[in-house]
Design a protein around this ligand. Structure first.
Ligand code: NAX
Length: 326
């Protein structure tokens, strides 16, 4: 076995982590020959619950789980890590507006951004805790890690969009490629069916139902999180954990030729997005671990309207947290 990869997971006693930690520890992300060290961060009041999760991890006897530690201090939890999966944050309470959530969670990501300076030189970060794009922006702007190491999770939205197109067309989900979720992980995201493909053909040419694409598909994907909460009485946890696994895998492996994946990454001005915003873009990754935004995708005027709307939403979120940005 090779040298252990050190992975920090925050909110480690939460629901998403319960779906995530076992798959990480089982070697699903970094392979059967790469031991994983888990550095688990929680709030002091959740340390007891975390202890229970760690007992269960022990009881799986995973050969790839080299070791694990629990912390309530991000400086310690992020020491020497190669990946930081920032899942923990405060959930939205009853009557709470999005702006309130941004304000209560923002400070967490100031502290965690600074603590990420203790990470290994090659460290990468995925922010899952909501509002994930803006939390990621805060962490990035408070950290000295290079900006291209930060990502926010759009992958659950990508996976949700793909299965809807697959179901509608009757194609298997793996036949759906080139799925972009532009913008924000919010219900104003724009899932781009115009550039998506099914068996290599434009999705719209296969589905041939513009009303369904522009209305049903769009709303289903945008509102999926709320629909799951309503049905399950709890938010998407297993599918979010699965998406986090997919996100990390997509950044450590080369992207299949001709395809791309969606991630919230730091804009360098692509498609007119303000530099530094963490915006959902189509991304391709090479074998060396370098990624780039796929440029030059066409959009109809209708799509440009959706794009502009979500871009404005992210600008407003940035304004709410401007005091937290270094
Ligand atoms: P839970 O409430 O089950 O777990 C969150 C955990 O984070 C708790 O155990 C809490 O003690 C811990 N925590 C809170 N503040 C912390 C801090 N400062 N440091 C360390 N730990 C801290 O929520 P869960 O269902 O696991 O969801 C976690 C986050 O993911 C939420 O913000 C949620 O909104 C977000 N989601 C993001 C998704 C995405 O696609 N980006 C989809 C699913 C999910 O909604």
């Amino acid at each position: 076995m090779g040298e252990a990869i050190r992975v920090a997971v925050t909110g480690a006693a939460g629901q998403i982590s319960y779906g995530l930690l076992f798959r990480l520890a089982a070697g699903e992300v970094f392979g059967p020959d790469r031991p994983v060290h888990l550095s688990l961060l929680e709030l002091p009041q959740a340390m007891g619950a975390l202890e229970g999760v760690m007992m269960e991890l022990d009881d799986c006897s995973f050969p790839t789980l080299a070791s694990m530690n629990a912390y309530d201090d991000p400086e310690k939890a992020f020491d020497g890590i190669n990946w930081g999966l920032l899942v923990g944050s405060r959930p939205r309470g009853p009557g709470m507006e999005r702006a309130d959530l941004i304000k209560v969670n923002g400070p967490i990501f100031v502290g965690q951004g600074k603590a990420l300076n203790r990470a290994a030189a090659d460290a990468r970060v995925l922010v899952v805790g909501n509002p994930c794009n803006t939390n990621c922006l805060i962490a990035m702007r408070n950290s000295e890690l290079p900006k291209d190491r930060f990502g926010a999770m759009m992958r659950l939205d990508q996976n949700r969009a793909k299965i809807q197109l697959a179901r509608k067309s009757g194609a298997p989900v793996q036949a759906v490629t080139n799925m972009t979720i532009w913008g924000n992980h919010s219900n104003n995201q724009y899932p781009d069916f115009e550039n998506a493909r099914i068996n290599g053909r434009p999705a719209a040419a296969v589905i041939q139902d513009e009303t369904w694409l522009k209305e049903t598909f769009l709303k289903t994907v945008q509102d999926r999180g709320a629909t799951v909460i309503k049905a399950r009485g709890a938010s998407s946890a297993a599918s979010a954990a699965n998406a986090a696994i997919d996100h990390v895998k997509s950044f450590v492996n080369p992207t299949p030729v001709g395809d791309w994946h969606s991630a919230g990454v730091c804009s360098k001005g692509e498609y007119g997005v303000d530099p530094d915003l963490i915006f959902g873009f189509p991304v391709q990754n090479d074998a060396g671990g370098t990624w780039r935004v796929v440029e030059g995708l066409a959009m109809s005027d209708w799509a440009k309207g959706k794009f502009q709307f979500v871009l404005d939403e992210l600008r407003k979120e940035r304004d709410v947290v401007k005091d937290l940005l270094n």
